[in-house]
Design a binder for this molecule. Structure first.
Ligand SMILES: Cc1ncc(COP(=O)(O)O)c(C=O)c1O
Length: 471
């Protein structure tokens, strides 16, 4: 077991250790990864660090003690509200990130349903199968049944199916703008009509697109209305730490008006410390994340975000065009912005084996399942690596075509198997065991294969699963 050193180590040495530990991490500075980090370069990062540092110790738990943070949070909420076409009544809070922004509306709307109508025996929410897993987590945490609506052939939610799933237990409709797996914006106007007709709230999860889609639209790309312009939309989540290019730990959750937000507030009057009131999930709320978000919005500005969106969309189009020019590969659905997945349309070309080959060439590859595909989230920095990625992809496809047995090897075999294992419960049990290893006292962490960028799933989970499956 590691002890706190009896005598403090020199700060310079401590920092040197930290730098050294990161040497094996995913290489986002060279844009070799397609998820997890939204990076604009060192200059912007240093600016965010400075803004964060100015409010490093401040705590937004108490808005009276730190009025400056309340002001910054209010302004961030207002700027986001305006961007997403809210009127003067839009209200909201900042949160620690996309997941909190997805968890909170479930509590809010559940408690609202309790307050304003006969509480259904088992509250239900309806969301597309493509909804982010944070919503599954919310359903699980807060005892609201998740009812999945299937997707249509374009990978947006099937509105007719949603209509049929509404019943007297339904408390909430959820949709994405866009979804993480396919980057497709669900048909929000049609869902809005449905929500109004059934007097149901409609939350739009725009964690991914909230700070990009409005600019993509302004550039003239087709974007179906997804924000407060759609009358039935009652709330929207948008992450500042994604395409807002702020420091990690910042998202915004907006409600059409206070009638909704009031159900999010938590008040406890009987604590020994007096009356406790909290606007969101956390107790201590880091001032730095709020300050950095405010700083990012102000420093980048509308012109900056438009430039960023232009680069991102140009890069995405180049990438998609290059991918579709490779025989057998196709982009799934009709992605609205810079997140998409592509698949193999050719049964002799295993897409997961292509992913393995890309990893051999130093890329960190994200996969999707059912249908199997490879996933990309494009940032402006990817503009410099599109050609290199496409060249490697062409090579990867050629290697897999001439070695079809690669589909049965390495991660390809595992991903293929995982997608087809009928006993999903077995996977869950096994994964919990792996996580117990990873987070247990010995922190068992297998090292990455030499020179390979790998996801935690591949490194920790899949090898174990493969062992079990072979038994
Ligand atoms: C649509 C959507 N919602 C929610 C989240 C969760 O965000 P976070 O990872 O910041 O918790 C994500 C993350 O990618 C997302 O794409």
């Amino acid at each position: 077991m590691k002890n706190i050193p009896a005598k403090g180590i020199d700060r310079a040495d401590v920092l040197a250790h930290l730098k050294e530990f990161g040497a094996d991490d995913a290489n986002y500075r060279d844009s070799k990864i397609w998820s997890l980090v939204y990076y604009l370069g060192e200059e912007h990062t240093n600016f965010l660090k400075e803004a964060y540092g100015l409010y490093f110790s401040e705590n937004a738990l108490n808005p009276i003690a730190f009025k400056s943070l309340k002001r910054l949070e209010t302004e961030v909420v207002q700027m986001a509200g305006q961007l997403l076409n809210g009127d003067g009544l839009v209200v909201g809070t900042m949160t620690s990130g996309g997941t909190e922004t997805c968890l909170l509306p479930v509590v809010t709307y559940r408690d609202r349903a309790r307050a304003i109508r006969h509480l259904p025996f088992q509250p239900e929410m309806i969301a597309p199968t493509s909804i982010h897993v944070a919503w599954e987590k919310a359903a699980n945490y807060f005892g609201v049944k998740m009812v999945h609506a299937p997707l249509d052939k374009n990978f947006g939610v099937d509105v007719e199916a949603v209509k049929k799933l509404i019943n007297r237990n339904t408390i909430l409709l959820v949709a994405s703008a866009p979804s993480y797996p396919y980057g497709v914006v669900d048909p929000i106007p049609a869902l809005g009509e449905l929500a109004l007709r059934h007097k149901l709230p409609l939350h739009v999860d725009s964690c991914l697109g909230g700070f990009l889609l409005p600019f993509v639209e302004r550039l003239g790309y087709p974007v179906e209305p997804f924000d407060f312009r759609v009358p039935g939309v009652t709330s929207i989540g948008a992450d500042l730490h994604k395409y807002g290019f702020s420091a990690k730990g910042a998202s915004v959750l907006l409600y059409r008006n206070m009638e909704y937000l009031q159900h999010q507030f938590f008040v406890y009057a009987d604590s020994p410390t007096g009356i406790f009131a909290s606007p969101a999930m956390l107790g201590t709320r880091p001032g730095g994340a709020i300050a950095a978000a405010w700083a990012a919005l102000n420093a980048i500005g509308i012109d900056g975000y438009l430039d960023i969106a232009r680069t991102i969309m140009d890069t995405t189009l180049r990438l998609k065009k290059g991918i579709e020019a490779i025989s057998g590969l196709a982009v799934l659905g009709n992605p609205a912005m810079s997140v998409f997945a592509y698949t193999s349309q050719d049964k002799d070309l295993d897409i997961f084996a292509v992913g393995d080959q890309l990893e051999e060439r130093g890329w960190l590859v994200d996969r999707i399942q059912n249908p199997g595909g490879l996933h990309c989230m494009v940032t402006p920095r990817h503009a410099a690596v599109v050609e290199a990625y496409l060249a490697d992809l062409r090579e990867a496809v050629a290697v897999v075509r001439s070695n079809p047995d690669l589909a049965g090897k390495g991660n390809a075999a595992m991903y293929g198997m995982v997608a087809h294992i009928p006993l999903r419960g077995m996977i869950k049990t096994q994964i919990i065991k792996m996580m117990a290893d990873l987070y247990g006292p010995e922190c068992k962490m297998p090292s990455a294969p030499e020179g390979k960028q790998t996801t935690w799933l591949e490194r920790y989970i899949l090898p174990q699963l493969l062992k079990i499956l072979k038994r």
